[in-house]
Design a protein around this ligand. Structure first.
Ligand code: HEC
Ligand code: HEC
Length: 359
């Protein structure tokens, strides 16, 4: 009896020991699901395999104000879920020290299919993208080493980095890979348009007529399923003398790229207003007015819009009805993208103040 007891004590001691020092369970793999009929993503998941722990870490980082100098500007301060991760109702976004960004924050979704990022394509890999806003003096205005030290001082982060990457090392690469993992899961493919394409729903008459006009006049650049062909084009927006933004030419230095900007996706477009690279169009009507009347043709203006796009008021109404079918309310409200710990709270309403989410 004594021997059995001793053995049991020894055994439980051994098990206890194992649970403290034994090999850590590997992170749980997550499969990236490509929506039916979509092309293969361009992001190389082999270099950064998705895991439950990596995504959870990325989500915490995305909502953490400590990535900015004064603690106020999390990624989510400018990229708000209810606005498809664009900045709701602002032509440009607010950044550190009452500054303003020089461009309109684009929505964040379907990033796995993008080959380069920003309105001018100045960033060619999702994993390096977060370094731009963190260090930009008009955005988060922080130094990467300071951010890493803030994370290292927080035991919750030490635990989460360890769970995601196998040990407690916290470095830039791991931080940006985790942010990418979270952002890559932001797939928007569940709008009414998608349901109609899958044969589960049908357009009403204005939506169907709008879809037909869209296919004739817009689809060459705003190509489904992403609603962008990922090219850079000059659509004849007059140059704002204050911003003097030359677009793609800033990156390639080629005069033929002057005033070209990335074709934005039109998914969730109703919520990502204002529109255009500098947010100059406050509503969809302003964008349609631009295409039918406001185009300023220059040497790099795209042939498809150079002579304006003829649109009657009637057609505009139908196009607008079609645009509404691109809203993916499942994506906009999905609790997996909400701030960590807020899963069961009422989602923020448009216009409600952001700082509710900041720690
Ligand atoms: C102060 C506002 C602000 C903050 C904070 C901010 N962003 Fe942005 N984000 C922008 C703006 C503005 C752009 C467009 C910039 C451009 O095109 O020059 C952008 C662009 C992007 C893009 C490119 C999207 C595309 O389709 O090309 C990604 C990805 C992104 N941000 C992720 C992040 C992440 C991750 C963070 C936090 C580390 C972050 N942003 C913090 C304003 C912000
Ligand atoms: C030649 C390619 C091209 C064609 C054709 C075209 N667009 Fe665009 N569209 C763009 C580009 C590029 C931008 C961004 C322009 C900028 O900000 O400099 C844009 C911006 C937009 C925006 C603003 C989106 C946002 O998030 O800022 C809307 C809405 C839009 N287009 C709708 C349409 C509709 C509707 C049609 C058809 C009537 C159309 N476009 C035809 C290339 C095109």
């Amino acid at each position: 009896m004594v021997t059995i007891c001793c053995l049991m004590v020894l055994l439980s001691g051994y098990l206890l020991c194992l649970s403290f020092t034994g090999p850590k369970a590997p992170a749980t793999p997550v499969t990236f699901v490509v929506p039916a009929g979509w092309p293969q993503p361009l992001y190389d998941f082999k270099q950064n395999p998705l895991t439950t722990q990596g995504i959870a870490l990325g989500r915490k980082l995305f909502y953490d104000g400590r990535l900015s100098k004064d603690g106020n500007f999390a990624c989510a301060a400018c990229h708000q879920q209810f606005a498809a991760f664009a900045t709701y109702d602002h032509n440009v976004s607010h950044g550190f020290n009452n500054s303003f960004t020089r461009r309109n924050a684009p929505g964040l979704f379907n990033l796995a299919w993008q080959k380069d990022f920003m309105w001018d394509g100045g960033i060619n890999h999702l994993d390096v993208q977060p370094l731009a806003p963190i260090t930009d003096t008009l955005e988060m205005a922080e130094n990467i080493d300071t951010v890493l030290n803030k994370l290292r001082a927080d035991t919750a982060y030490v635990r989460m980095f360890s769970a995601a990457f196998g040990d407690e090392k916290i470095n830039t690469l791991r931080m940006t890979k985790a942010l990418s993992q979270f952002m890559l899961t932001m797939v928007s493919a569940n709008s009414k348009y998608d349901r109609v394409m899958r044969g589960e729903d049908s357009f009403n008459l204005p939506q169907r007529l709008g879809y037909e006009i869209f296919q004739k006049k817009c689809v060459a650049c705003h190509a489904p399923p992403l609603f962008t062909d990922l090219t850079y084009r000059n659509t004849g927006l007059s140059v704002d003398p204050y911003l003097n933004d030359m677009g793609r030419m800033r990156i390639t230095r080629k005069p033929e790229d002057s005033l070209k900007f990335k074709v934005p996706s039109l998914r969730n477009v109703v919520l990502t207003f204002p529109y255009g690279h500098d947010g100059r169009f406050y509503n969809l009507m302003d964008v349609f007015e631009h295409y039918r009347g406001g185009v300023v043709a220059g040497s790099t203006t795209d042939a498809l819009v150079k002579n304006k796009i003829p649109l009657s008021n009637f057609e505009i109404g139908q196009l607008k009805a079609f645009m509404y079918t691109l809203t993916d309310s499942v994506f906009l409200k999905d609790p997996v993208f909400s701030p960590p710990g807020y899963e069961n709270r009422t989602p923020l309403a448009p216009g409600e103040h952001l700082h509710r989410y900041q720690y």
